[in-house]
Ligand binder design. Structure first.
Ligand SMILES: Cc1ncc(COP(=O)(O)O)c(C=O)c1O
Length: 384
């Protein structure tokens, strides 16, 4: 493989990195940020802003909305109107405020498990009820599997008046699915017929693998509420910027109020600069290189996990987070996480936190040499 800008190993230890500094001496394949520097155009925009030297309260400029609307319109065919946009400090704060605004304590929010763990905490923290519609696993041969939605289950849950909202993850972390237009149309049909509000978390939308496509849920269902951020694709989670798109003015006013009550209505100047630089032609060119690199890391990881450990891997249509079935090893995800931490000095996520016992989630967004070393250690610890 040719040397690429993503092959360069940058030492993140001692930078206050949640991923690297939470525990010493381990290779972290857990929390979802990347070990690559962000796009050069983002660094340059931030440097320019830093040099100005004054970092007071931020007024989000017109050019911010232009960048967001331009990117989703031209890249994804998703038409966003400026008045629909509410900015905030992250997708988790966004989801939490949306639940607070639109679901009463004691009412249900449907999630399709296994799913991103903060969905559970956001629902619980707002006094609402987690209602699970588990995804259905489908095996593709011996060593590969995927998931589909249980539409009959969704219909049944959506028809109960106490279930007010569906929290969709599109693309889905950790199942790796980039939901198709057909699937999303069925979601819309079921939810609008049953008066269930759809909230779609699309934070992973840029990280789609070759052969698959991100379909913006908002382009199918104008009544939906969509959460977007460049932070996963451009590795800027620490800069804390995200957007809520909500076409319905009444719902939007309620969400705006909840964002204010939760005190997440102010953003910082670096998040704003980073978003504008990310959603640019230079950002897009960098992103294409990143996606190629991540795809090769996925193919390599899948080969190692299936051939060396006989662990099936879910088809990774999107995200950099392969989902691995560890049941052939006779241990739960929690057992594996513990064993790998102690024995291999590699940190992976147990599937338990996403609602599935016999799985682990890997983060492959790192230089190939780091990934190779981590997988070598995993094989040494778990292989025969
Ligand atoms: C589906 C999903 N939503 C939200 C987040 C986090 O969003 P934020 O950092 O903007 O709060 C993550 C992070 O992994 C995620 O996977």
């Amino acid at each position: 493989m040719d040397m690429s800008e993503f092959d360069k190993v940058v030492d993140r230890r001692g930078t206050g990195s949640y991923k690297w500094d939470s525990r010493q001496g381990v290779i972290p394949l857990w929390v979802a940020d990347m070990d690559f520097p962000t796009a050069p155009c983002v660094v340059e925009a931030l440097e320019r802003r830093v040099r100005h030297g004054i970092f007071g309260y931020t007024l989000v400029p017109d050019s911010y909305y232009d960048a967001l609307i331009g990117w989703f319109g031209s890249r994804h065919g998703y038409c966003i109107r400026r008045e629909e946009v509410i900015y905030t400090s992250g997708v988790v704060p966004a989801v939490s405020a949306i639940i607070k605004a639109l679901v009463a304590p004691g009412e249900g929010v449907i999630v399709q498990t296994p799913v991103y763990n903060c969905f559970f905490s956001s629902i619980r923290n707002n006094g609402c009820v987690i209602v699970e519609n588990p995804l259905v696993r489908e095996d593709i041969g011996d060593m590969e599997f995927t998931y589909r939605m249980d539409f009959a289950g969704l219909e049944e849950l959506a028809s109960k008046p106490e279930n007010r909202m569906l929290l969709l993850c599109n693309p889905h972390n950790p199942a790796g699915r980039a939901w198709t237009e057909e699937e999303l149309r069925k979601v819309k049909e079921i939810c609008s017929r049953n008066d269930v509000i759809v909230v779609s978390d699309e934070i992973h939308c840029e990280l789609v693998m070759p052969g698959f496509r991100y379909v913006p849920y908002g382009s199918i269902d104008p009544d939906a509420i969509v959460c977007l951020s460049p932070s996963k694709a451009f590795n800027t989670a620490g800069l804390q910027i995200a957007n809520i798109i909500c076409g319905d003015s009444e719902k939007r006013a309620k969400i705006d109020k909840a964002i204010n009550i939760n005190e997440v209505c102010d953003v910082n100047p670096f998040g704003v600069e980073a978003l504008m630089a990310s959603y640019s032609p230079q950002g897009e060119a960098w992103l294409e290189g990143l996606r190629r690199y991540l795809y090769r890391n996925y193919i390599y990881t899948r080969e190692v996990m299936t051939s060396r450990l006989s662990c099936p891997v879910a088809t990774l249509e999107a995200t950099y987070l392969p989902w691995v079935d560890v049941s052939s090893l006779g241990m739960t995800g929690d057992d594996i996480e513990r064993r790998l931490l102690e024995d291999a000095r590699v940190w992976v996520n147990s599937g338990v936190m996403y609602g599935a016992d016999n799985y682990i989630r890997l983060n492959i967004a790192c230089p190939r040499t780091v990934l190779e070393e981590a997988l070598r250690r995993i094989i040494r610890s778990l292989g025969n």
